[in-house]
Design a protein around this ligand. Sequence first.
Ligand code: CAA
Length: 261
Amino acid sequence: ATQGEYIITDKKGEKGNVGFIQLNRRKALNALCDGLMKEVAQAVDTFEADANIGCIVLTGGDKAFAAGADIKEMKDRDFAGVYNGDFLSFWDRLAKSKKPVIAAVNGYALGGGCEIAMMCDIIYAGENAQFGQPEITLGTVPGAGGTQRLCKAIGKSKAMEMVLTADRMSASDAEKAGLVSKVFPVDQVVNEAIKTAEKISSYSKITTAMCKELINSSYELSLKEGLHFEKRIFHATFATEDRKEGMTAFSEKRKPNFTDK
Ligand code: CAA
């Protein structure tokens, strides 16, 4: 494991093909200061450049996944500064990962913490997880996707209720609402995320990237355009060696040997 100032990175899974990022600023409940998010962006760069890594797991601590953007760091900033510096835009690095990212969330996922979980492709939650967008209590609004991704994940009424009241959503309610795909006991959520990441890593990386790009495009495109794009990418898989290998292996009753080409 590599210990940064605010995060720990490692390679997990039997084949070491899962990139692991643990937010590690416990005293501040993983408040997402600039330095922490820069380390996360660097870790995503590193894992994306590593041909052996097929999937990334992002987690925090047992008490807090992340309690939001760093309020103390933000409190004296002014409009010109945040506007000119495009404050928080570099957080998008996580959302732009071509490789799938699974968030393993225990404890508080508030404000920016909920938002970075939603930048991930799959959210697994521990039974103690609490999701919330409390920005309104601070006189500000969610600024890293909390009004957009949350609404797409759980619909308008629930998103409005969370953003306008600052009330938190429990793990089981988040699962019912579709924000979270599965809930596990606190001590199992990271392992379960790694197991799923290992499974994803066993497939062709080119195919997983295509799946991710297609599902994400459904947020941006009309159904007609999305179906057209899907068809074209489906056709494009016929230009890959892994598509041929996958179908040949099925026919020969053996496991495929994907080469990510
Ligand atoms: N920023 C900076 N420091 C934070 C923090 C944050 N978001 N959240 C917690 N901390 C710090 C606390 O200040 C405290 O530090 P000290 O020991 O130096 O006082 C330490 O972490 C422990 O926190 P608490 O003592 O408050 O712990 P608690 O168990 O009593 O409460 C909590 C936990 C309910 C999560 C509470 O800490 C809290 O409400 N945190 C703020 C949550 C929040 O408002 N998040 C939204 C931030 S704005 C945002 O994210 C904007 C955006 O859209 C990107």
